[in-house]
Design a protein around this ligand. Structure first.
Ligand code: HEM
Length: 406
């Protein structure tokens, strides 16, 4: 691998996931110092450790006392358009907290993600998935799978979960989509527009919280904010919680669905198998294969050892889920897409520590529902072009995937 190779270079994921380079590192130097990374969100230009083995990614994720999340996990940029208050407020984002603060907030918000709460959404989301696919089927020629199929269900799922009224959904969806500040110039969305959209979404959510405090209803907002005491969120915290859901649950699931479709169409025997058997293992394999979040970062709180390297207090550590998910120490034939894979201890939803994806069951449900709907109503879908990938160092994204309903 050439000196100076950098996994945070947005041009890398623009074209491909750097699997050969990950494999080389896992074998030769699984914890490696990258001295001059591309200057992108989170991995400022001071260097970072690239952690590429499954076991080490898990170790970092499950030791928050050594590897902190408070010093920016790269979920949202701290930028010059944000005033001091909103920067402080970003610390209210669950992903950027450490225990015991994280434990307190996570215990509260978890109440909105119980198996019962997710099951309660299933019927409505199944209807949504079916109507999305029915809409796409009306195209007689090629259409873009991302905008016509993959985009809507993740946004509807979050809106259903929070109980956002139908009439408000269009503007919520618009803010959510603008907020993800890309490194991709094609989107022409400035960081300022992203920050403004975030502020509008937070203000909207805080308004919802204030309203439910006045008149509680039978919904998750009321459950989370009803009485402002230790066991509930205050309005600021609720605003940032909704913001985080709109970022964490939107693009990730959209990309999982798009990559999943691409994987099926480039592995036709797997698509035939799926249509016949509808294996419940498929959604997890799609997330392993897609790994929509390439990496997160932590910061060392003390001097420590990892993979035979001496990590200094304050060093940044990049944990590469995309690499861990192809680690041959853990996965038999890691480079094979196998919808029957079981067990499948992939790290696409995180390395198993306190920040493990809160929305995992919802994401798995959405993926199941959409592929079942496609298998039922559009079983002969075909690819008509190569995916156009997102230019980003940490989201493994697809902007466009041309298909025909067949
Ligand atoms: C955290 C991936 C869908 C909400 C995370 C993390 C990853 C991830 C990698 C960080 C884990 C860690 O640091 O250990 C994904 C993928 C998804 C997905 C690949 C789709 C395929 C969702 C959905 C929601 C959601 C649908 C909610 C609607 C969250 C939240 C956190 C999180 C709130 C922060 C948890 C915490 O800090 O305690 N997700 N996610 N995610 N995810 Fe997801």
């Amino acid at each position: 691998m050439p000196e100076g190779f950098d996994f945070t270079d947005p041009d890398l994921l623009h074209h491909r996931v750097p699997l050969p380079e990950f494999a080389e590192l896992r074998a030769a130097e699984p914890v490696r110092w990258i001295p001059q990374p591309a200057n992108i969100a989170g991995f400022q230009d001071e260097g970072y450790w690239a952690v590429t083995r499954h076991a080490d990614v898990r170790y970092v994720s499950t030791h928050p006392e050594i590897f902190s999340s408070t010093l920016n996990t790269a979920i949202i940029r701290f930028n010059e358009h944000m005033d001091r208050d909103s920067i402080d407020a970003q610390r209210l984002i669950l992903l950027n907290m450490d225990p015991p603060e994280h434990t307190r907030v996570r215990q509260i918000v978890q109440r909105g993600f119980t198996p019962r709460a997710i099951r309660a959404l299933e019927e409505r989301l199944r209807d949504r998935a079916q109507s999305i696919v029915a809409g796409a089927r009306t195209h007689s020629g090629p259409f873009d799978f991302v905008t016509e199929v993959a985009c809507e269900l993740p946004l509807q799922a979050i809106a259903e979960l929070i109980g956002i009224p139908q009439d408000d959904r269009v503007k919520i969806f618009e803010w959510s989509n603008k907020m993800i500040a890309y490194d991709d110039p094609e989107y022409a969305i400035t960081e300022q527009v992203g920050a403004e959209s975030a502020a509008e979404l937070i203000a909207y959510a805080m308004g919802m919280a204030a309203e439910r405090k006045q008149c509680p209803a039978h919904d998750i907002v009321s459950t989370l904010v009803a009485a402002e005491d230790e066991g509930n969120l205050n309005s600021d915290e609720f605003g940032f919680f909704v913001l985080m859901l709109s970022v964490a649950g939107n693009e990730t699931t959209r990309n999982a669905i798009t990559h999943g479709m691409h994987a099926f169409l480039t592995h036709p025997e797997q698509w035939e198998l799926y249509k016949r058997e509808r294996p419940s293992t498929a959604a997890e394999e799609i997330v392993r294969w897609a790994t929509p979040v390439n990496a997160f970062q932590r910061t060392a709180t003390q001097d420590t050892e990892l993979g035979g390297k001496h990590i200094k207090k304050g060093d940044r550590v990049g944990i590469f889920y995309a690499s861990a998910n192809h680690d041959p120490e853990v996965f038999e034939n890691p480079d094979v897409f196998d919808v029957m894979r079981d067990p499948n201890p992939h790290l696409g939803f995180g390395g198993g520590g306190p920040h493990y994806c809160l929305g995992k069951s919802l994401a798995v449900l959405e993926i199941d529902l959409i592929f079942n709907a496609i298998a039922d109503a559009m079983p002969n879908l075909t690819l008509t072009g190569d995916p156009r990938r997102l230019r980003s160092a940490w989201i493994n994204g697809v902007k466009e995937l041309q298909v025909t309903a067949g």
